[in-house]
Design a binder for this molecule. Structure first.
Ligand SMILES: Cc1ncc(C[n+]2csc(CCOP(=O)(O)OP(=O)(O)O)c2C)c(N)n1
Ligand code: SF4
Ligand SMILES: [Mg+2]
Length: 343
C-alpha cells in the first residue's frame, strides 16, 4: 500500500481485514461509556479505532460521542483522546497532523506513522463545522482522517434537527401537529458527495454503515493508509432519536442500505466505486427494497401517511434513476436532442 507523506520509515500498511474471524482481539474503545443501549455511533467508535490500531490519536468534537464517552474521571478510550469544540474537527485534525509532522521533522519525536482521526457528529460536521472541514481538506500535505458519525440529529442536546435529518422526521424542532403534519421540509445534505466533488485534494472519501462492519473498517484502514486528507461519513441508527427498540439497530442499518436510502461508495483519488450491497443493487444483482420497510420501523416517521411514504420513495428513486452517479453526484446530464454544432 502507499506510504504516508510524512516521509517516515517504516511505512504503514494497514492491509484490509480478511474476515471478522481474523480481527485483532485488542480493543481501544472499551467499557466505561454511557451511550444508550443499541447506540450504533458507539459501535462506530469501537470499530474505527480497532481498524486504526494502537498508534492512533483521536480528536472528538462535542456531541454524544464526547459527552457519553468521557464522564468525569472515566473514559472508554484506550488510545490518546482529546475533546475539541463542536465545529472544530477540521482544525483539530489538521492542527494535530501538522504538529506531529513538525515534531518529527525537528527530531523531537521518533519518526513513525501515527494515525490522526478527528470525528464529529452531523451537527458538528455537516452544519457547524462544515467550513473548517472544507478548509482542512484543501491541505494535501497532512495525514488525517475526519470521520463524521451521522445519527441524523443533534442527539446530545435532545434530538434537534440538523442538516442531516431526513425529510419529515419528528425531532424536538419538528414535532408533527394536528394542523401541520410535516414540520421538516428540507432534504438531507449530500455531505460525502459534496466534499468529494468540491475538494480534489481530498485523497479518499467514503460512506459506511457499521451494519456492514468489515467493509466499514476496511474503508477506515484504506483512508489511513492513503494518508490524507481523507473523509468518511457513517450513517448510525440511534434508538433514542429515531425512536425504535435498540434490538433492531443492526437491522435498521442494513435496511438503510438495501432500500437504497444510504448508498455505500468510495472516491479514491478521483475514482468513484459503489461498494457492497449498493454495487449489487446498481448491477441488478440485488433488488432495492421499498423505503416503507425502513421508515415504518422508526417512531420518528410514525406520523407519515401513504402520500408521505410515496414522496420519500420518489426522492430515493430519483437518486437512483436520475443522478449522474446514484447517491454521489446529484446533477443529471442534459441530453440535448438538437445540440447546436460546435463552432
Ligand atoms: C458552539 C456550541 N454550540 C452549542 C453547543 C451545545 N451542544 C453540545 S452537543 C450538541 C449536539 C451536537 O450534535 P452532533 O454534532 O450531531 O452530535 P450528537 O450529539 O448527535 O452525537 C450541541 C448543540 C456546544 N457545545 N457548542
Ligand atoms: S442519543 Fe443516539 S447517538 Fe446519543 S448515545 Fe443515545 S443512541 Fe447513541
Ligand atoms: Mg448527531
Amino acid at each position: 500500500m502507499a506510504s504516508s507523506t510524512y516521509e517516515i520509515d517504516p511505512t504503514q500498511t494497514l492491509d484490509p481485514f480478511k474476515s471478522l474471524k481474523k480481527l485483532p482481539l485488542e480493543e481501544y474503545f472499551t467499557s466505561g461509556h454511557r451511550t444508550c443501549q443499541g447506540c450504533e455511533s458507539a459501535l462506530v467508535m469501537k470499530m474505527m479505532v480497532k481498524a486504526a490500531g494502537p498508534r492512533t490519536i483521536v480528536l472528538g468534537s462535542t456531541g454524544c460521542m464526547y459527552v457519553a464517552n468521557t464522564t468525569y474521571y472515566s473514559t472508554s478510550w484506550v488510545v490518546p483522546w482529546m475533546h475539541t469544540q463542536l465545529g472544530s474537527s477540521g482544525s483539530a485534525g489538521l492542527g494535530s497532523a501538522a504538529a506531529l509532522k513538525v515534531l518529527m521533522r525537528k527530531g523531537k519525536m521518533k519518526k513513525e506513522p501515527i494515525n490522526v482521526i478527528a470525528f464529529c457528529g452531523d451537527g458538528g460536521g455537516a452544519d457547524m463545522g462544515l467550513g473548517g472541514i472544507s478548509a482542512a481538506l484543501t491541505h494535501p500535505d497532512y495525514n488525517f482522517l475526519i470521520l463524521m458519525y451521522d445519527n441524523e440529529s443533534y442527539a446530545n442536546t435532545d434530538i434537534q434537527l440538523s442538516g442531516s435529518t431526513p425529510w419529515g422526521a419528528h425531532t424536538t424542532f419538528s414535532p408533527p401537529g394536528k394542523v401541520k403534519r410535516i414540520m421538516h421540509h428540507r432534504w438531507k445534505k449530500n455531505m460525502a458527495g459534496m466534499l468529494a466533488a468540491g475538494h480534489p485534494t481530498c485523497k479518499y472519501v467514503s460512506t459506511i454503515c457499521m451494519s456492514y462492519g468489515l467493509l466499514g473498517m476496511n474503508c477506515i484502514r484504506k483512508a489511513l493508509t492513503i494518508g490524507g486528507p481523507t473523509f468518511i461519513h457513517s450513517l448510525d441508527p440511534c434508538p433514542k432519536g429515531w425512536d425504535y427498540d435498540p434490538y433492531i439497530s443492526h437491522d435498521l442499518g442494513e435496511l438503510a442500505v438495501t432500500t437504497g436510502v444510504w448508498p455505500l461508495y468510495e472516491v479514491e483519488n478521483g475514482t468513484v466505486r459503489l461498494l457492497g450491497k449498493t454495487k449489487e443493487i446498481a448491477d441488478g444483482r440485488y433488488k432495492r427494497g421499498p423505503v416503507r420497510d425502513y421508515l415504518l420501523k422508526q417512531g420518528r416517521f410514525a406520523h407519515f401517511t401513504n402520500d408521505d411514504i410515496e414522496y420519500f420513495q420518489s426522492k430515493v428513486d430519483d437518486m437512483w434513476n436520475k443522478w449522474l452517479v446514484p447517491g454521489v453526484i446529484p446533477m443529471a446530464k442534459e441530453v440535448e436532442a438538437d445540440a447546436p454544432p460546435s463552432a
